[in-house]
Design a protein around this ligand. Structure first.
Ligand code: DHB
Ligand code: FE
Length: 280
């Protein structure tokens, strides 16, 4: 049977991708940010999974106001890096895992979570920046990746509670897949940031660090937080954090092992948070 062995959480700021692509990681502004991922790149090499289930949000790239799936699972054999206005990022294409993705769709939909099944989709910075942070600049990504897009852009967005319970359904789905795969689940986006309006530039270190504490130790309690609290405390784009609860809900019920914790301000307009949790 397949098993979820670990979860990774990280922000996905597009400027981080640009810094990597343009060779700016050694500039003083970026050094402290990338230092926070040195351990993570080594860890991923030592704990290479067979598949990464990558929870992220599309930023009106593959989807638009014409079509707004709340939860969309990528079942294709491959996904191209999206052109977000200045050409696609020079990163490898994403190889999918249609068999596991289809199985998860079957299991999770039968478990009463409505997923949109996507057989063709380009993936934007929400997916490629976490891969770059964790893998550097390889010729190919280290394993197949199942993209799982969550609507946190256009209201109504799903609640933290629903995301957490969806994570549990994904765990059950993975554990009923009839191949001995080592699966990691990544929750991405966040932390506090607001990109527009009078509060643009908002950062809330106290909220972010409390969120990290509770995600580790009290995820079910944290999942009760209403979306309005995210927006008030963490800014309009802070709502991306509900995606971390999907990954956390997919972890075992017993306490995980904290392998890495990192927090850094600023990266562009955003507070960057990062955790690695292993199932014991
Ligand atoms: C920024 C952060 C994001 O999450 C995003 O999707 C776009 C921009 C930023 O901080 O610049
Ligand atoms: Fe974003």
């Amino acid at each position: 049977m397949a098993r979820i062995t670990a979860s990774v959480y990280t922000s996905h700021v597009p400027a981080i991708g640009a810094a990597i692509d343009l060779g700016k990681t050694q500039e003083p502004y970026w050094v402290p940010l990338f230092k926070g991922y040195d351990f993570s790149r080594q860890w991923l090499k030592a704990h290479k999974p067979d598949v990464i289930f990558l929870v992220y949000n599309d930023h009106a790239t593959a989807f638009s106001l014409e079509m707004i799936p709340t939860f969309a699972i990528g079942t294709a054999a491959e996904f191209q890096p999206a052109d977000e206005g200045w050409g696609p990022r020079p990163v490898p294409k994403v190889i999918g895992h249609p068999e596991l993705a289809s199985h998860i769709a079957q299991s999770v939909i039968q478990d009463d979570f409505d997923l949109t099944i996507v057989n063709k989709m380009d993936v934007d910075h929400g997916l490629t920046v976490p891969l770059s942070l964790m893998c550097g600049q390889p010729e190919a990504w280290p394993c197949p990746v199942i993209p799982f897009a969550v609507n946190v852009v256009q209201y109504p967005v799903p609640s933290g509670r629903r995301c957490f319970n969806l994570g549990r359904a994904i765990r059950k789905a993975v554990e009923s897949f009839d191949q001995p795969l080592n699966v990691q689940i990544w929750g991405t986006g966040g932390m506090s940031h607001q990109l527009q309006g009078p509060r643009a530039g908002l950062i809330n270190r106290e909220f972010d660090n409390n969120f990290l504490d509770r995600l580790i130790a009290d995820p079910e309690g944290l999942s009760q937080l209403p979306h309005i609290d995210y927006v008030r405390e963490a800014g309009s784009e802070g709502i991306e954090l509900v995606m971390w609860l999907i990954a956390r809900g997919a972890m075992s019920d017993s306490a995980p092992r904290l392998r890495h914790r990192f927090y850094h301000v600023p990266a562009s307009n955003t507070a960057v948070g990062h955790l690695i949790l292993e199932n014991t």
